[in-house]
Design a protein around this ligand. Structure first.
Ligand code: GDP
Ligand code: MN
Length: 392
């Protein structure tokens, strides 16, 4: 779950961080009192607003009204604007970049810090790599004060500033870690001319699977829940999500609709991206991208199959996964066959290829054979399967 900036700031404020004073303006509602001069910030689930015209300033009442109208009437980075956060304008002396993320390759939390905040950090690490520092955080031990101070010292930050920043960084780490965040990025942390530190912008995402552990976050809805990227979800995508939520078992319904005619039921992660690309390369035209795996129930797979076949123009589907140990082949086979039969169709005609080698494979094959479905064993690569799926 990605919190919008004003929501993330509400959370951080409850932990005692200094946040610029602000009010939320909702589209279509009367404008509350705003202290001038102010900065107006569109609330969308994306960064880079400054560069895209989503951050404006207002010094007078007249400007305020004009800018608010302007922001509500446009899309910023593809997103419509439902909310604007109006905040007191800070007198910036310095801007810092602080980010906690999970480094998936190391499987560890890391801190990234730069004394050149407020701008695109990728750009800074390209042009001035010495200004971007990172710490790989030790599991179970956590971030140590000396590790933070070392990084700050390397950037010539000393004295009171060093102590204050160390405190802010440590407290942010506590929030990041305890709320099961996948990213907590402050860009910028602003130091004002009078030496105060403010969280001026924040990108905060919580691991969805951990949300049941944080009921206090339940109230946050951004209005973008039914979006995929910056477009609203389609009806089929919404239904797929409902199917996935039918029970807790496995994944069956992480779904993105495309305008092609070949339905895809493919395993998760990198393999499914590879399969998707291969199908396109062989001239196929996917109707969707859809991940399944981790032993979804037969019912979920069947419902998903029916959903796929309900899309106009979709006559054939391809079922392709890498070698699986966490998904029973027979369950998927049974679900797919059930879905096709319940759609009133013939499995041997609908399934262009079925390639899932792995657990309970023999049972799966028996089911497929019974219905005359073409299946591939692991002797055939994902690439082979993609080629066959499009008639090659
Ligand atoms: P982003 O572009 O989506 O990351 O939005 P930010 O909230 O980070 O704003 C972009 C930039 O606008 C910041 O890095 C600042 O340079 C500037 N900015 C934002 N708020 C203020 C403010 O209160 N005062 C001043 N002077 N500049 C601000
Ligand atoms: Mn920012």
């Amino acid at each position: 779950m990605r919190l919008l900036e004003f929501q993330a700031k509400e959370v951080l404020s409850s932990y005692g961080f200094q946040i610029p004073h602000g009010v939320l303006i909702k589209k279509g509602e009367t404008i509350p009192d705003v202290k001038l001069p102010c900065v107006l910030k569109v609330q969308i689930p994306a960064g880079g607003r400054g560069k895209s015209g989503g951050i404006l300033f207002a010094d007078t009442e007249e400007e305020l009204k004009k800018r608010i109208d302007e922001l509500f009437s446009k899309r910023v980075r593809g997103f419509p604007v439902h909310y604007i956060l109006a905040e007191e304008k800070l007198n910036i002396a310095s801007e810092y970049f602080i980010s906690f993320i999970i480094d998936n390759s190391r499987r560890k939390e890391i801190l990234i810090f730069s004394d050149k905040g407020g701008v695109d950090i990728e750009e800074v690490s390209r042009t001035e790599p010495d200004r971007v520092k990172s710490v790989v955080i030790k599991p179970f031990i956590g971030l140590q004060d000396y590790e933070v101070r070392e990084v700050l010292s390397e950037l010539s930050i000393t004295g009171k500033r060093l102590l204050t920043l160390t405190g802010v960084i440590q407290k942010l780490y506590e929030v990041f870690h305890s709320l099961d965040a996948t990213i907590l990025e402050i860009n910028p942390l602003v130091e004002t001319e009078d030496g105060k530190f403010y969280i001026a912008d924040v990108h905060f995402e919580i691991e969805d699977e951990a949300l049941p552990r944080h009921p206090e976050l339940k109230k946050f809805t951004s209005g973008f829940e039914e979006y995929i990227g910056f477009r609203p979800m389609t009806e089929i995508e919404k239904k797929a999500r409902e199917i996935d939520a039918m029970d807790h078992r496995g994944v069956a319904g992480r779904f993105i609709e495309f305008d092609g005619n070949l339905g895809l039921l493919i395993g998760g992660g990198g393999a499914s991206l590879t399969v998707f690309d291969a199908i396109r390369r062989y001239g196929g035209n996917p109707a969707n991208y859809c991940e399944i795996g981790g032993n979804p129930s037969v019912k979920k797979v069947a419902e998903l199959t029916k959903l796929l076949l309900s899309k106009p123009g979709v006559e054939r589907i391809a079922v392709i996964m890498n070698v699986v140990s966490n998904t029973r082949v027979d369950l998927v086979a049974r679900g797919v066959i059930k879905g096709i039969l319940e759609s009133g169709k013939d499995p041997s005609k609908v399934i262009s290829v079925f390639r899932i080698p792995g657990a309970w494979e023999d049972e799966g094959i028996k089911i497929l054979e019974k219905y005359g479905v073409r299946y591939l064993t692991r002797e055939y690569s994902l690439d082979d399967a993609a080629k066959i799926a499009v008639g090659g």
